[in-house]
Design a protein around this ligand. Sequence first.
Ligand code: TGC
Ligand code: FAD
Length: 388
Amino acid sequence: MPITNPDYYDVNALLSEEERLVGETVRSFVDEEILPIIEEHYQAGTFPMEIVKRCGELGIFGATIPEEYGGGGMNSVTYGIINRELERGDSGIRSAVSVQSSLVMYPIWQYANEDLKREWLPKLASGEAIGCFGLTEPDFGSNPGGMITTAEETDSGYVLNGAKMWITNGTLADIAVVWAKLDGVVRGFMVEKGTPGFSAPVMKNKHSLRASVTSELVFQDCEIPKTHIFPEIKGLRGPFSCLNQARFGISWGAIGAAMACYDSSVEYSTSRIQFDDPIARFQLVQNKLVWMLNEITKAQLLSYHLGRMKDAGTWRPQQVSMAKRNNVWMALECARTARDIHGANGILSEYPIMRHMANLESVKTYEGTHDIHTLIIGNDITDIPAFT
Ligand code: TGC
Ligand code: FAD
């Protein structure tokens, strides 16, 4: 029997029963409710809103947020497994969940006042509300410290002015976590949908992540209450602490996309006949399958161990950079190799390959580009920053 759904080093055996069970539940959800609809949404450039409530019911949002706030109270490895299974379906679905869990629920839980936590976290966990995270600006992507969106304190609250760009879930969001400079220092704010002076127009014509909504956030004298600032956290370590969570999840998610491309390649190459034999009989094709399996296995071990370190509190952001950088690169190379193995059929929507490949081009860029993560690790090695 050919090896599919690869777990070559039996990482599954290292998981607890609960971790395995969550993985199986999300896998079934993806098989039964995502895969049958995703291609149609991708072609139409729409996000499947119907899955939001289902994700809430299944406990997919805020898996690591404490149960008292409506979260799952689960560990980081479980969160990683959820991401892996979702991205086996589509990176856009995993994106929506990454943003909701790591970039919206996490900072609200860590940094918002108690009333806002109690108001928003249960709604975000159940899927009754959707959130987004606004850090990137038109002129400040890799260098968010240069942001020009400002907040000014008034008698009754804060007034925001500026614009964010490339914001996942922006148009759909009921609550936006927004980073802006107050007296020159980066601070976090919560902006509710419908606040006068706030709009979130959708960005169109993407060739990647087409089943995900990407938006601008525009603030024109947008006044928010005094309560809606994160009171304690100051500077870039606020947003970066959220990125650590999301980058960790992406390192797992990319493995799911790679596994889908590998599975399709094994199935295709063992059934496609050329020169009177399945193409899997040819050494060059086997070499490609071996490369994919080998890289997937290394990536699985990297993310698994990182997850255990995260839960033990011994992880460092630079280690997250290594996992995000490696695993997304690996997945993109798997998608490209899979496309090659599928020949002309590889470009058809009948197979998930091109969708994963196009999606992974965005995943390689967001949450810190591949090269920015190279520089983060380079800085760690040498203690010499090479960003400027
Ligand atoms: P730098 O001077 O190095 O640091 C500023 C402050 O931040 C602290 N810090 C961190 N804290 C926690 N975790 C980390 N990973 C941290 N990295 C840095 C640092 O200690 C310092 O703290 P303090 O208290 O001393 O002020 O910052 P820099 O401006 O030189 O930036 C360095 C660089 C380039 C690595 C950073 O800017 C970077 O990572 N750029 C990439 C930007 C990025 O990742 N943007 C992501 C936007 S969100 C997104 O893409 C969502 S996609 C969602 C989806 O659909 O899935
Ligand atoms: P730039 O920073 O302009 O980089 C362009 C190129 O220059 C890259 O190759 C980069 O590696 C390279 N480069 C830049 N600086 C250096 C350097 N110092 N040394 C060497 N090379 C360098 N952001 C959010 O805040 N919230 C979201 O929800 C969100 N969702 C996104 C969804 C999608 C689909 C996409 C595509 C992006 C999203 N982003 C989001 C934005 C994302 O984080 C940025 O695109 C990313 O940080 C890179 O910024 P940039 O696109 O402006 O590229």
